[in-house]
Each structure stands twice: as structure tokens, then as C-alpha cells.
Ligand binder design. Structure first.
Ligand code: FAD
Length: 547
């Protein structure tokens, strides 16, 4: 236990800070020495400085996953969470540094702490060499969500189980290895000097009732905490809209759709109220909003017409977008999607939402739209946790990383996926918030970390000066989106302005389904998906509203 502690304090360089960076070296391709890519002292702190105050990577309340999606407004305010930790005396903090979670000793395996169980984190965990490292994964959910098929679960085309993969199935060492763990908790802060993450356990439905905090020491830290939906601070969105990022969100949407259909059939309901209940409004014409609208129109045309035939004519779907729908897709594909959705009963509207009330939305031009279900899908931005990190950010506010996904000048911290972006100094663009980016970054980083471990750089500070090898290079493979009724779009261009193959229609739908089926993480879920698709095709969707 003593070695890392000594190493840590002796290697802290007085005067180094994580708040400002000037590029010193940039060796693209040949490999750069670790920990020597960026550095410039602006603000002094020494090894004795309280890093929780001055050099913290963040000290916030946990990201709260409320019943209507990821709430930016937490149950308790950020300063109080920070204060609570700061107020805790050191001795009290020692209480929560649990045995087995302190800094690793020289004869122990190095510990990789991974924050998150999304695409990036899970790909990394899957490839982690557990002969070299112990793994500790910390996340407020214990599973990975196969997001490309999440919209299908909202209407019962797929069951929820089919898109959720427990993290312990992805990396079995988390369940079986004596010093590897999964903790159902949120990271609330990082002490980069002590190489510790501060966590708050999650209880009851993903929300912390009685905050219980503990600390975990790391040799290598991987931040893969994703992003949060952006609401542009529009009044009423968080309170009234559903987001679509988690399985729990899809469950809530499905329950709400079925509830509204059943309530609309009740006798004595004024016509206006029945129409309101049956009006589904989707805000945001990106791939998620379009795919969800397509799934809804499928559901309405087949299942609602058969099983809710008394109200079928009043069911309406409106997709509102401020600009073009599917703006990243080829223009021909956009036009195809517009025609297809309109033909299948989705009303496309140009508009900007001004405010959201519990039963209606108001657009900038004063139009009022009563709704029974509102799904908000206008893209993602940095989470509260990421915003609180006192490190240089990439354009757009994500955690800034170099070409090897390191958080420069902070030893042994890496960030990837939706929460990270290349620093401007790298000359590389911030990559889109996509699973294919997150997954490939996870693959790249785990190979790097495994190699570092094999070359005896696994312990904290031990990878300083090591050549990093080839940097991460992203090549976009293309985009796909289903638009419902056995049709999809496949755009295989590398970028928006590049030339390449694009196709829309039934063949694309087959490609879309096959491509995602092969990407589903486990054979178990692959079988679930195939069985769900087959039963939906033969028997229709399950309309029972359980729970
Ligand atoms: C409905 C939908 C459909 C999509 N379809 C596609 C598609 O077809 N193709 C594509 O390429 N991309 C798609 N995406 C985007 C893709 O899912 C994301 O880009 C991808 O999930 C990003 O991976 P990530 O690992 O960075 O973050 P995420 O997958 O979002 O994972 C973040 C993880 O961090 C955890 N976390 C959050 N806060 C904390 C904290 N404080 N402490 C610890 N853990 C924390 C979360 O619980 C979660 O486990 C889709 C997204 C959605 C929502």
C-alpha cells in the first residue's frame, strides 16, 4: 500500500494545474510520452493543497435520474453536496475509504476504475485484461443499454430485456474476481492528487434518498459518464416531457401510451380531451425522434387499429423540428423520410418550442398544441458532472482529451464517449455523440491500457514518459435510421459533404435490422431480439399495461 502513496506525493509537481494548458508536444502517430503532452502552471498548488477545494475534477450532487428522464435540477443542490464532502473532516472521510478500495500495493494488481456502464465503458470493460488489472465499475445503472433499438421498446416491438445487458455479463470479473466490483453509485467528485473517486450510493429507483458516500482509489481512471438531454432551459420541459435515453424512460413512455389509449376509451370523455390524450408530440427531428415517430406510426397503423378501434381515428403523431429533419443525412434520404412519415400519418411541423405546460406546448409563433404524450429528443450536451469538472473543455463543453483520450496534465485519467471531446489544440474535431464513436474509443483505450499494464505502467503515475503509440483515429462508417413500416435509411458517406452510397426503402430496413442484430452485445439478447421481432410480426405487439 505504501508505494503508490509515496509515488503519488513525490510525483506531484508543485505549480502544475489542471485549469490551463498550453501545448508543449504533439506527436501524432509516433507516440507521445504520457503525461508530457500539455503542461503550464498558472495557479499554484502544492501537494499539501486541498485538492477537493482547488484542484477538484468535480464535486457535485449526483446526476439524478428522475421519473421523467435525466433531471438537471437535482433533489438537493450541488453546493450542498460539495459542502457536505468538504465539511466532512478528513477522519470522517477516512471512514468511507473502505478496506480493499485503498490505493493498491506493489504486489497487488493495479486497479482500473471505470465510471459508467454505457457504450464506451462496456466496450472497455469487455476487453480489459483482468490478469493485469482489477476492475471497479461505478454507475447508477447496472446494465448497458443498446440504444439503437431503444425506441422499439416504447411500443412493444421489442421487450425491455432485449436491449439491456448486465455489466457483469460483459465483464464477468466484476462479479467473480475477489478485488473487482460493480458499485451502483454515482461519481460525485474526483481527487486527482490522491487518485480517488468520491461516490454516492444509489438507492430507490435510481435516486439517492439517504446519501451514503464512499471513496475508491484508482491507478487508472476512465470517465465514460455520457451526456444529458439538452432542454435549452425551456420552461416546463423537465417537468412534463419524457426523454428517451434509458430503459426506464422507454417503460414510462409505453405505460403512458397505453394509459392514454385506455383512458380515451372511457365513456363520457369530452371529444377535445380524448383528442388531447391521443395526441403524441415528438420534439426533435434527429434520428431518435424520427425512429420513435416511425415506431409510433407502425404501432398505430397495426395494433391500435386492431385493438383500440373505437379511438383509432383520433390518434395523432406530430413531429416538431426547428430546421430540417435528419439534417446529417443525404438530402435524398431526408426527402424520402419526410414523404414516408407523412404518408404514414406523422404530421411534420416546423417550429420552436417556447414553453411546455402539463397539457399543451406553446410554440414561438404562439401556436398552442394540446398533447397527451410529449417526447423530447433535441440532442445531448454535457452533464452536470462534466460541467463541474475543472479541466479544459473541448468546444461544446465536454471533457477535453488529447489524441490518446487522456485528460492532459492529470495523471492516469482518461475520458471517452459522449462526455469527452478532443481539445482544440489537437486540431481534431469534436466527434459526434454516437455509439460507434464511444464503442471504438472504448476498444482503442482498453488496448492502450492493457499495453501500458503489460509494460509495467499499470500503477498510478507509472505510465509517465511511456510512449503511447498510435493515436485514436475515427473513421465514420455511416448512419442508419428506421422510419417505420419496414423502411429505413442507410447513409454510408463518411461525412455530410462527402460522396458515397445512400439508400432508402425495404432493403435498407433489412440492412438496418441485420446490422443492429449483429451489434447486439450477447447471444442471449440477440435471441431475445429475434424472438421479439418474430412474435410481433405474427401476433402483434403486447398491449398489456402491467405495473
Ligand atoms: C434512443 C437513442 C438511440 C440512439 N441510436 C444510435 C444509433 O443508432 N447509432 C449510434 O451510433 N448512436 C446512437 N445513439 C447515441 C449513443 O447511444 C450514444 O452516443 C452512446 O450511448 C454514448 O456512449 P457513452 O458510453 O459515452 O454514454 P452512455 O451510453 O450514455 O453511458 C453513460 C453511462 O454513464 C453513467 N453515468 C452517468 N452519470 C454518472 C456518474 N455521475 N457516475 C457514474 N456513472 C454515471 C450512466 O448511467 C451510463 O451508464 C442513440 C442514443 C439514444 C438515446
Amino acid at each position: 500500500m505504501a508505494w503508490p502513496r509515496i509515488a503519488r506525493s513525490s510525483l506531484i509537481q508543485p505549480g502544475r494545474t489542471i485549469t490551463s494548458y498550453i501545448r508543449k508536444t504533439s506527436t501524432v502517430g509516433d507516440g507521445a510520452p504520457a503525461g508530457d503532452c500539455y503542461s503550464t502552471p498558472i495557479r499554484n498548488f502544492t501537494a499539501t493543497t486541498n485538492l477537493m477545494q482547488h484542484c477538484r475534477l468535480g464535486m457535485i450532487n449526483q446526476t439524478s435520474f428522475g421519473s421523467r428522464g435525466i433531471r438537471v435540477a437535482p433533489q438537493y443542490q450541488f453546493p450542498s453536496a460539495a459542502d457536505r464532502i468538504l465539511e466532512d473532516s478528513d477522519s470522517e472521510n477516512e471512514n468511507v475509504r473502505l478496506p480493499g478500495l485503498e490505493a493498491t500495493g506493489p504486489n497487488e494488481k493495479s486497479r482500473v476504475v471505470v465510471l459508467g456502464t454505457g457504450w464506451a465503458a462496456c466496450r472497455l470493460l469487455k476487453g480489459l485484461d483482468t490478469n493485469i488489472y482489477d476492475a471497479v465499475c461505478i454507475s447508477p445503472r447496472n446494465h448497458m443499454v443498446f440504444t439503437p433499438l431503444l425506441a422499439s421498446t416504447c411500443v412493444g416491438t421489442l421487450e425491455f430485456r432485449s436491449v439491456a445487458e448486465p455489466v457483469t455479463q460483459i465483464q464477468s470479473a466484476l462479479a467473480t474476481s475477489p478485488n473487482s466490483y460493480f458499485y451502483l453509485a454515482s461519481c460525485t467528485g474526483i481527487d486527482v492528487e490522491k487518485h480517488e473517486v468520491i461516490c454516492e450510493a444509489v438507492s430507490k429507483d435510481g435516486q439517492t434518498n439517504e446519501p451514503y458516500q464512499f471513496k475508491v482509489s484508482y491507478d487508472k481512471l476512465v470517465i465514460a459518464t455520457g451526456a444529458e438531454p439538452v432542454t435549452f432551459n425551456i420552461k416546463g420541459v423537465k417537468e412534463n416531457a419524457f426523454f428517451l435515453r434509458e430503459v426506464t424512460h422507454a417503460q414510462e413512455i409505453r405505460r403512458k401510451i397505453l394509459l392514454n389509449l385506455m383512458l380515451a376509451e372511457n365513456p363520457g370523455l369530452p371529444e377535445e380531451e380524448r383528442k388531447r390524450l391521443l395526441h403524441c408530440v415528438v420534439i426533435g427531428g434527429g434520428p431518435t425522434g424520427v425512429e420513435f415517430s416511425g415506431e409510433l406510426s407502425d404501432f398505430i397503423q397495426r395494433d391500435v387499429h386492431e385493438r383500440f378501434s373505437h379511438v383509432k381515428d383520433d390518434v395523432k403523431v406530430t413531429l416538431i423540428e426547428a430546421n430540417e429533419i435528419l439534417s446529417s443525412f443525404d438530402v435524398g434520404l431526408r426527402e424520402y423520410a419526410t414523404r414516408h412519415l407523412t404518408k404514414n400519418g406523422v404530421q411534420l411541423m416546423r417550429g420552436i418550442v417556447k414553453e411546455v405546460h402539463d397539457k399543451k406546448i406553446v410554440l414561438n409563433d404562439g401556436t398552442e398544441l394540446p398533447y397527451g404524450l410529449l417526447v423530447w429528443s433535441t440532442g445531448v450536451g454535457p452533464s452536470q458532472l462534466v460541467k463541474s469538472f475543472d479541466v479544459p473543455k473541448s468546444p461544446g463543453g465536454r471533457i477535453g482529451v488529447d489524441e490518446w483520450l487522456r485528460v492532459p496534465s492529470v495523471d492516469d485519467v482518461y475520458a471517452l464517449g459522449d462526455c469527452a471531446g478532443f481539445l482544440e489544440q489537437t486540431g481534431k474535431p469534436v466527434l459526434p455523440a454516437l455509439a460507434q464513436v464511444a464503442e471504438r474509443q472504448g476498444k482503442f483505450l482498453v488496448e492502450l491500457i492493457n499495453r501500458i499494464g503489460k509494460e509495467n505502467g499499470g500503477k498510478a503515475f507509472h505510465s509517465r514518459g511511456m510512449p503511447m503509440g498510435e493515436p485514436f483515429v475515427y473513421k465514420h462508417l455511416g448512419s442508419m435510421a428506421s422510419v417505420g413500416r419496414f423502411k429505413a435509411l442507410v447513409d454510408l458517406r463518411e461525412s455530410k459533404d462527402a460522396k458515397g452510397i445512400s439508400h432508402a426503402g425495404f432493403i435498407s430496413w433489412l440492412i438496418w435490422r441485420s446490422a443492429y442484430l449483429t451489434r447486439v452485445v450477447s447471444w442471449r439478447n440477440r435471441i431475445y431480439v429475434v424472438v421479439n421481432w418474430a412474435t410481433t410480426m405474427v401476433f402483434g405487439r403486447d398491449n398489456s399495461r402491467i405495473g
